[in-house]
Design a protein around this ligand. Structure first.
Ligand code: GDG
Length: 490
């Protein structure tokens, strides 16, 4: 890190993401309670905060229209180093519309939606696209108000693809990084997107672009070469002599946070209760947002086939599925929820009895400690994402399994398939027979092999932490910016 010796302070880092890492709840008129929600992004960046004076910029998760209320919330958030972006009326078309109705499926190889309202003279598409640009401008306005010379701006994810361009247009000297948390698809899928070139051109204005896996980075570079006609090299993308560095930074978790939680008396108590509750049965666990990319219906179909073909296991195994509600404003998400509920009903109807239910399905999240207790007592973790940037759930399971050494059954289409593939049983979630066989293999795996597989993955999760991810990205960005400063001086 290049310290700013001239003014004797740590360099400032603005981390910009759609959501702030806090949840705001209204507790009364002009008063708010705020809680930090420590996902991979937050824990990754807590590690780099020692070197940087970090501030978070993002939507606070609540709609606030009144100016007095906005000021009150901004003041409370400032104490947590958070700066809110109020999106107001553009939010629905930007977030539910363009981000999650269009970009999210495209990035996950699912193609553009076929809904009637999208076919209606493209009007909805245009409205959503305009809202997306407007929202990116609102982010820019807030950054400009808070920007000081020398600040580094790290933009996150597909919500903010116009931000690199807007930032560089405002001030070409701003150091800009952009990281994509989702996959990047093959150019054949991406090129169906009507606004394909503008989005690519904008992110290419950043100094550093980061992806979870080599495949996503490679897809991105070849998409740029095919759509924009620019040159792709091992460094990244070259356009008229200017290089945009494209590199791979696989995210991780804060493993010690999970290991420590499993030692807490409260968590041990919860683990004992769960063991008692499922005595005599093996527990298969699923933890996903209720998103079509997570392949929950495919998971249930694989489990159904397993029960069909292995009657001896019917009373001896349960699948506990936490399906956290998400993006209810997007029609496709409501559809997948109905589909999932139908399958739970069918499978429990077919194989359940008065005393036992094969699937315990929960349409809600659980608190962190309880989640750790579930991870720790599970015999098998079943991750069947159809596409997934990384999938941190699989890392968290490994971190909590030091005692049990359970088996991870993992989709080959999750980024984690490339990092934890050595210890996991990899499956193609579309292949119901393969999922069913992997469940059987996992449940019957001898202790010695489980131990061996767990050891490999645990070692990986411990060393490839969220802190390493944040540090690696920031040091690469710093290096690039230092090099370009030298070139400018020359
Ligand atoms: C995106 C990409 C990429 C889940 N249920 C509960 C709960 N969770 C927490 C987990 C985990 C997080 O949510 C989910 O992270 P994932 O990585 O599995 O998936 P996405 O939300 O889709 O994340 C993904 C990630 O960004 C990072 O780049 O890996 O591919 O799609 O941390 O623990 N937490 C609690 N209760 C729950 O019920 N407390």
């Amino acid at each position: 890190v290049v310290y700013d010796e001239a003014c004797g302070r740590r360099p400032r880092l603005l981390v910009v993401a759609n959501r702030l890492p806090v949840s705001a709840k209204r507790t009364g008129e002009n008063s708010w309670s705020l809680e930090m929600s420590p996902g991979g992004l937050v824990s990754g960046l807590l590690g780099v905060t020692a070197q940087f004076d970090t501030k978070w910029v993002g939507w606070p998760g609540v709609d606030v229209y009144d100016e007095v209320e906005k000021r009150a919330l901004s003041k409370s958030l400032a104490e947590m180093k958070c700066i809110p972006v109020f999106l107001e009326e553009v939010f629905d078309q930007y977030y539910n519309g363009y981000c999650n109705g269009i970009l999210w499926p495209i990035l996950h190889h699912m193609g553009l939606p076929q809904e009637d309202h999208h076919l209606d003279t493209n009007k909805t598409f245009q409205t959503q696209y305009d809202a997306y640009k407007k929202a990116n401008r609102l982010f820019l306005d807030v950054i400009i108000k808070n920007y000081e010379e020398g600040d580094i701006v790290w933009c996150h994810d597909y919500h903010l693809m116009f931000l690199p361009q807007y930032l560089k247009e405002y001030n070409s000297k701003i150091k800009v990084g952009w990281f994509l948390h989702s996959p990047f698809p093959s150019s054949e899928v991406y090129k169906t997107l009507p606004s394909r070139s503008e989005l690519l051109r904008s992110v290419l204005r950043a100094d550093l672009l980061g992806f979870h896996t080599y495949d996503f980075a490679r897809h991105f570079v070849s998409t740029c070469t095919r759509i924009l006609g620019v040159e792709g090299t091992h460094e990244g993308v070259v356009d008229q002599g200017r290089v945009t560095r494209v590199a791979v930074f696989p995210i991780g978790i804060d493993p010690d946070r999970f290991i420590r939680a499993c030692e807490l008396p409260e968590v041990k108590q919860q683990m004992n209760e769960l063991k008692e509750r499922f005595a005599g049965k093996k527990v298969i666990l699923g933890v996903d947002r209720l998103d079509m990319i997570k392949g929950i219906p495919q998971k249930f179909l694989g489990f159904e086939k397993f029960l069909e073909e292995n009657p001896n296991w019917r009373d001896k195994v349960v699948l506990v599925q936490i399906a956290v509600p998400t993006r209810n404003g997007v029609p496709e998400y409501r559809k997948v929820k109905t589909q999932v509920h139908g399958l739970v009903g069918r499978i429990n109807g077919r194989f359940g009895s008065v005393s036992s239910l094969p699937i315990h399905h929960m349409d809600r999240s659980v608190d962190f400690n309880y989640l750790c207790a579930l991870y720790a007592i599970a015999d098998v973790m079943l991750v069947t994402s159809l596409r997934d940037g990384m999938n941190l759930v699989s890392y968290e399971f490994v971190a909590c399994q030091e005692v049990k050494k359970g088996v991870l059954v993992l989709s080959e289409f999750a980024g984690a398939g490339q990092s934890l593939g050595a210890g996991a049983l990899l499956v193609n979630p579309w292949n119901v027979t393969e999922v069913s066989s992997a469940i059987k293999e996992a449940l019957n795996m001898p202790a010695e092999e489980r131990e061996k597989r767990h050891r490999v993955n645990f070692q990986y999760v411990k060393t490839h932490s969220a802190k390493k991810w944040g540090d690696d990205f920031m040091s690469e960005l710093n290096e690039i910016c230092a090099e370009s400063e030298i070139q400018i001086r020359k």
